[in-house]
Structure formats: structure tokens, C-alpha cells
Design a protein around this ligand. Structure first.
Ligand SMILES: NC(=O)CCC(=O)C(=O)O
Length: 265
């Protein structure tokens, strides 16, 4: 499975220009690398321009989703569509869309945990459903959005339901880069799955975003990592079945004692 990750410098508050930028990147990337999956960052049409997000938000994804569907179908590629500010019935969600090679939206997720450090709860509405497993090319996967990474309770069920790959789309600030890197490695090890993340670079107002998009093997080894400051593309080919080998060697899942664990906390 070949994956291309766009560690993008997002133009703040300019959805049409960001769509043009992603369009050009996809065209070039498909020709160069022929990926099976491409991955975009969180809030890639606007960045965290939250004071004006009601102006920039996409109404029910109607500008962004048809664009992503066209790209997927035209280039025969699956798309983990980062996330966008998505206005639904007057509320704005941080929503991710997953599109298959046929150009169909096969999964949609509204970010559940809104990040107080970026004032997200003031401007956005949290999702009401935890992430679920979806399939691309017959492989089970999960997807979370940035701050969700700090909540292992929504990631474990994905692994228990068979996800072998976890995508993280993010706009993670440079100030907490060590958390970003270390928690991802921990999630890969504890859940014995591939972690594939896409962060942005660049700054908006006083926040600088820290890149370091990552691909982590289920053993915890970092296979690929972006720079902290530069817009770039990460290309990697993974064999998702290696997660099964790791699960066989260190059988964490069969050692679990769920009957003893506290529910609902
Ligand atoms: N965009 C985000 O959710 C940022 C998360 C963050 O800054 C943190 O968890 O720290």
C-alpha cells in the first residue's frame, strides 16, 4: 500500500487558493508516486482562522467534497481528506471525509475532542459519535483528528474492531511537538497498528505549527518523519499485515481482561 502525505503550508482563510494548491499537489503526486492513499492535514482549507470561520466554513462540504470526489475518481486514488470547517444547520464542525477510488464518501467523522488551547470549543461544535472502523481496498482503518490523539479510549476500540492502520490528521503546534511525537509512538505500540499522521507547517497569528508528520510501524519504529518547518511530501509503502505479526509476537489483545476494566469512565 503506497501512501503520500501532504505536510502542507495552509494559506490561512483562503479556501479557493488551498483547493487550487491541493489540486496541483495531487496531480503532481499521482504522476510521480502513483499512491493508493493520499492524506491531507486538519482544517486544510482555512487553517485555524476561527474568528472568521463562519465566513470560510464550507456549507455541508459542498465546495470541498465534490472536489475530493472528482480527484479520487479521476486519479483512481483513495483520499483521507484531512478535515474542513463544515457548517451543518448553523453549527460548524471539524469534519473529515474519506473517499474511495470510485469517488464515494465511505466515511465521515466530526472531531469529538475540541482543543481548548486553540479556542476551538468557543467557535466549533464537537462531534457526537466516536470514530468507527472503515475499509479502503479491503483494509480496516481508523481516523482521528489531532487533539483526539490524547484520548486513548477512542483509539483502543478501533484496534479491537480490527483496524490495522490509524490515520491522524492534524494542525499540531510546535510548542507541544514532543507530545505529538511521543504519544503517536505510544499509540502505535499499545494498539499494535500503523500510525500515519499528516500535520501542517507555517504560522497563523501567534501559533506556529510543527510538521513532523509521521509513519510509525506497529512495533513502534518510526519509518518516516517530516521536517519541523518545511512543506513537503512523505512517501511510504507499508505492508499492513505486519501488524498481525506484531500482534502474534506480543499477544496484548489476548492478554486483556475486559471484565475487570471500569466501563463508562
Ligand atoms: N488542532 C489540534 O487539535 C491541536 C492539538 C494540540 O495542540 C494538543 O493536543 O496539544
Amino acid at each position: 500500500m503506497k501512501i503520500s502525505i501532504y505536510q502542507m503550508e495552509i494559506i490561512p482563510g483562503n479556501p479557493p487558493e488551498n483547493i487550487r494548491k491541493v489540486h496541483a499537489w495531487i496531480e503532481k503526486e499521482v504522476e510521480l508516486s502513483e499512491p493508493d492513499i493520499i492524506v491531507l492535514p486538519e482544517m486544510w482549507t482555512t487553517s485555524y482562522t476561527l474568528e472568521n470561520i463562519h465566513v470560510y466554513a464550507d456549507d455541508n462540504g459542498q465546495s470541498t467534497v465534490p472536489f475530493l470526489k472528482t480527484m479520487a475518481k479521476r486519479y483512481n486514488v483513495n483520499i483521507i481528506g484531512g478535515s474542513i470547517a463544515n457548517k451543518v444547520e448553523g453549527k460548524i464542525y471539524n469534519t473529515s471525509f474519506v473517499i474511495n477510488r470510485q469517488g464515494e464518501v465511505i466515511y465521515q467523522y466530526d472531531k469529538v475532542h475540541l482543543v481548548p488551547m486553540l479556542n476551538e470549543p468557543i467557535y466549533l461544535e464537537g462531534g457526537k459519535k466516536v470514530p468507527e472502523v472503515f475499509e479502503l481496498d479491503g483494509i480496516k482503518m481508523g481516523l482521528i483528528i489531532c487533539y483526539d490523539l490524547r484520548f486513548p479510549e477512542i483509539i483502543r476500540p478501533l484496534a479491537l474492531e480490527g483496524a490495522e492502520v490509524l490515520f491522524i490528521v492534524a494542525e499540531w503546534p510546535i510548542d507541544r511537538l514532543s507530545h505529538w511525537r511521543n504519544i503517536q509512538i505510544t499509540r502505535a505500540i499499545e494498539n499494535q497498528l500503523f500510525v500515519i499522521s499528516c500535520n501542517n507547517v507555517g504560522s497563523y497569528q501567534s501559533v506556529t505549527y510543527g510538521g513532523n508528520s509521521m509513519v510509525i510501524h506497529p512495533s513502534g519504529v518510526t519509518l518516516k518523519e517530516g521536517s519541523t518547518t518545511d512543506e513537503e511530501t512523505l512517501n511510504i509503502s507499508i505492508n499492513y499485515e505486519e501488524s498481525l505479526e506484531i500482534r502474534h509476537k506480543v499477544p496484548v489483545f489476548s492478554s486483556r481482561v475486559p471484565g475487570l476494566y471500569k466501563q463508562g469512565l
